[in-house]
Write a new protein. Structure first.
Length: 242
């Protein structure tokens, strides 16, 4: 999804559904990248050294860049997604004032939750919303995460990212009381080091009822005064773009 095709400062957001079993895949269903104002704010770390022990064998999912921990997606109970999971895109719509897609991530977290959906929307070509809905997660710890090379100043339910002379405001719209934290993204050697990368984190306790976790991204070139009204992902619907 993008705000414009011919502007290097345009908003671009993309996220991954599909099949964890694809050759060379990482355990990253639901992961996203985000660009705005000429900066990449949410980064994908890419592969590690193919010569690491067991990289294509029994140790593959222990390496940070391949494991779920190293992705911009949900981490549940600090464990990897199911390596055999498939996540279909269940809704897509594109109009001049709103573009969105929804992926069903339930199979990736089936050992821990009953259902998990991720929706990403581009509103008015100026703000991005990532909305997760997790149902039947009693006893689980849910961690939302994003990797960034920007400087991060987290304060409660807001985080200000600064990079290349630009800013991005990240705001937790739901649930009330949720706050940001930061963490290292640097795994133990001999894995590749990325000391310039920060993990932006939200941690929530699971519950039997539906948890709606919504995070709004507003580039510094746009007004952060308003937030879109949240609607259940099941109501986002489908409409093909023409």
């Amino acid at each position: 999804m993008r705000s414009r095709w011919n502007d290097p400062r345009a908003i671009f957001v993309g996220f991954k559904a599909g099949d964890n079993r694809v050759n060379h895949s990482h355990l990253e269903l639901g992961t996203f990248v985000l660009e705005a104002d000429g900066q990449r704010w949410a980064v994908d770390l890419g592969p590690d050294d193919y010569n690491l022990p067991g990289y294509f064998g029994g140790r593959r999912w222990t390496y940070y860049r391949l494991a779920t921990e190293g992705q911009n997606t949900l981490l549940v109970n600090d464990t990897n997604q199911d390596p055999k999971a498939v996540a279909p895109v269940v809704a897509y719509r594109s109009t001049p004032d709103r573009t969105h897609a929804v992926a069903d991530l339930s199979a990736a977290y089936a050992k821990h939750v009953r259902k998990a959906l991720r929706g990403i929307a581009l509103f008015d070509r100026r703000q991005v919303l990532i909305q997760d809905e997790i149902d039947g997660s009693a006893g689980a710890e849910i961690c939302w995460q994003m990797h960034t090379r920007a400087k991060v100043a987290a304060d409660g339910n807001r985080a200000l990212l600064s990079q290349g002379g630009q800013t991005l405001t990240v705001r937790i719209v739901s649930p009330p009381g949720a706050v940001f934290a930061t963490g290292s993204a640097n795994p133990p050697p001999p894995q590749r080091q990325q000391p310039d990368v920060t993990r932006l984190i939200i941690k929530l306790a699971g519950g039997e009822d539906l948890i709606r976790l919504a995070v709004l991204f507003t580039p510094g070139s746009q007004d952060d005064a308003s937030a879109p009204t949240l609607t259940p992902l099941g109501q986002w619907g489908n409409e093909a773009s023409h």
